[in-house]
Design a protein around this ligand. Structure first.
Ligand SMILES: [Ca+2]
Ligand SMILES: [Ca+2]
Length: 302
């Protein structure tokens, strides 16, 4: 009798430890296995085309669309193909796996495709998907990226920024008219992305961090720094709920390590317009190097 009681006691202790570990593990990992998610965008670059992408902040190809065989009025669906002739977007072999294709995005110091880039010493090359979420909706976003070994990090004392993914505003209304309501806030200045993944170094070590929140009235802030290695692939997963109110949130992971520690709540929309998803490199303050980043396996689910 005593023996069996002791056995039950030990069994219960073991059960407690095992279930404790299990719940801890679930808490820290993204919910990869959710069955109810629907894929709304997917890109692995194996079709060697960018025609599914709808947003390009890229210095256009040196040749005219006509000389490349495009009719800009008729070939809207081939806009991605057109931008593959720029110096910034290239579908290449994965440097670590010759059977895989990936997107190499390159920024030169002269790449200033967005209004105001030149005057604010910024440079960028970004591609994205427009309108991926309305107020109150949730999205799961995942992708892989690699910072190459030969990436030239700006001097740490420069305190500049390098954004490698952003969730930004969608600044056109659905009927195509320009929406200028954004200028009601922030005196017409460009509004910062409310969710952005930053890359940088600290004491020579590479790392990333998510910045979150509205720029106005409070500056958005870095949630957490996570150190990572160059020359290897890293997986990012984000879960966002869009809102102008405090029920908006983000939670995120790099290789299953949390970027946010827990769900972070707060407004992440300036207006009710749908959000954009963008990858690519967006740099501030006069960075004079040319740098590339690799991306693959982009997936947006709802
Ligand atoms: Ca691929
Ligand atoms: Ca494609």
């Amino acid at each position: 009798m005593k023996k069996s009681r002791a056995a039950i006691f030990i069994f219960l202790i073991v059960l407690l430890i095992v279930s404790g570990c299990a719940s801890k593990k679930i808490k820290q990992q993204p919910k990869e296995n959710r069955q109810d998610l629907k894929t709304v965008f997917e890109e692995a670059f194996e079709d060697k085309s960018l025609n599914e992408w709808t947003l390009f902040q890229v210095t256009p190809p040196a040749q005219s669309p006509e000389s490349l065989g495009f009719n800009p009025d008729k070939d809207q669906a081939r806009i991605g193909e057109y931008y593959l002739h720029s110096d910034s977007l290239e579908i290449v072999q994965d440097p670590l796996d010759q059977k895989n294709h990936v997107l190499q995005i390159t920024v030169h110091p002269t790449d200033t495709p967005a209004e105001g880039d030149k005057e604010k010493d910024k440079s960028r090359a970004e591609i994205g998907v427009k309108g991926i979420g309305e107020p109150g909706e949730e999205r799961w976003i995942s992708f892989r990226f690699m910072i190459p070994e030969d990436y030239q990090d700006p001097p740490e004392k420069e305190r500049t920024f390098q954004v490698i993914m952003q969730l930004h505003r969608y600044d056109k209304e659905k009927d195509g008219k320009y929406f200028d309501g954004l200028k009601l806030k922030n005196d017409g200045n460009t509004l910062s992305p409310t969710v952005s993944l930053r890359y940088g170094t600290e004491n020579g070590k590479s790392g990333v961090g998510l910045r979150y929140g509205l720029k106005d009235p409070e500056p958005n802030y870095l949630l957490k720094k996570v150190f990572m290695k160059k020359g290897t692939w890293h997986s990012i997963k984000l879960h966002v709920k869009w809102s102008q109110g405090n029920d908006g949130f983000v939670e995120g992971w790099i290789n299953n390590e949390s970027l946010t520690n827990e769900r972070v709540f707060g407004p992440n929309m300036y207006t009710n317009l749908p959000r954009d998803f963008r990858i690519g490199l967006y740099r501030g303050h006069n960075i004079q190097t040319t740098n590339s980043i690799y991306y693959d396996n982009i997936k947006i689910e709802k």
